[in-house]
Design a protein around this ligand. Structure first.
Ligand code: SIN
Length: 289
């Protein structure tokens, strides 16, 4: 088998690389070792001008681990339930996909006992304006904390809940959306606040100021103390120096490592007459340590 060389050009301050030299429809096996190494090094990879069937996209997802279908079944792709459809289109009166998969800071499936490792998005159509995705390097945010705070966070854990909702009336609030079965499948879980990456050994913050789902409080601290510490961490990690914003083109495939980053859609404010449709895959990671 020929091994495909790829070039990964860093474009964010501490993370994110644009990859060239790879046609994923043809090279995903031959380029796999280089793709995986670049993913661990840069945390977020961007591939332009890809032409992938749903099946090929699914094949690529499977290389990263077991694909875990989205909690909300109505958003699954018709033939491949491991693919979640994100779209603001409405067809025959039904949403074609999830209109807003998370216009707030979050890491995918952090509300599960085993959160996601990779998320991959493949853009089928994008609006001229809006619909950017924002990212934060949580390893860089952790490194930049004062030593006294790092020591204070040692051993602390937080309670996460899919139906934690700061804004009960938010249209995408998971509180409103879930069936009884989906509710039963999303109990409260506990994760460390500082997470060690199982493949690189790097430490990251693992806290997310999501609006419609996310962290309830820090285990063992009084509510006021927990709220104050979480607010301090959220203010720190959302500083612009840790951020990168991506403007999509049709044919882009972007993948990221949820173990050391968080992301924020901006699909709550799409232009009314323009469409954004993407396929998404998440793969199952390992228990955070
Ligand atoms: C997501 O939050 O998983 C999707 C991000 C996006 O649609 O930009």
């Amino acid at each position: 088998m020929n091994v495909v060389a790829l070039a990964a050009q860093r474009i964010g301050g501490s993370f994110v690389a644009e990859v060239s030299g790879v046609d994923l429809a043809r090279d995903m096996v031959a380029a796999w070792d280089a793709i995986h190494a670049a993913y661990l090094e840069h945390k977020i990879l961007i591939f332009h001008d890809q032409d992938l069937s749903a099946k090929r996209f699914h094949d690529f997802g499977e290389r990263f681990g077991t694909i875990e279908p989205h909690t909300v079944v109505m958003y699954h792709h018709n033939e491949l339930p491991g693919i979640t459809v994100l779209s603001n289109r409405v067809e025959m009166g039904r949403p074609k996909g999830i209109r807003d998969a998370g216009s707030h800071w979050h890491s995918d499936y952090s509300y599960k006992a085993i959160p996601a490792n990779v998320t991959m998005l493949y853009a089928l159509e994008v609006p001229n304006e809006g619909g950017d995705t924002k990212f934060i390097d949580l390893a860089a945010a952790y490194r930049a904390l004062p030593d006294a705070i790092k020591q204070r966070l040692e051993g602390l854990t937080a309670l996460h809940h899919y139906r934690r909702t700061k804004e009960r009336e938010h249209p995408e609030g998971r509180w409103q959306l879930l069936t009884e079965t989906e509710r039963a499948a999303t109990p409260e879980v506990v994760h460390p606040i500082v997470r060690t990456h199982p493949e690189t050994g790097e430490k990251s913050l693992f806290v997310f100021p999501g609006i419609t789902s996310g962290i309830q409080h820090i285990h063992g601290l009084a509510k006021a103390e927990s709220d104050a510490l979480l607010m301090e961490l959220y203010a720190h990690c959302t500083e612009p120096r840790f951020q990168f914003t991506y403007k999509w083109n049709a044919g882009d495939l972007v993948l990221w490592d949820n173990r050391c980053t968080m992301h924020h859609a901006t699909t709550d404010v799409l232009p009314a007459d323009q469409y954004r449709t993407l396929y998404r895959i998440n793969t199952k990671g390992t228990e955070p340590i």
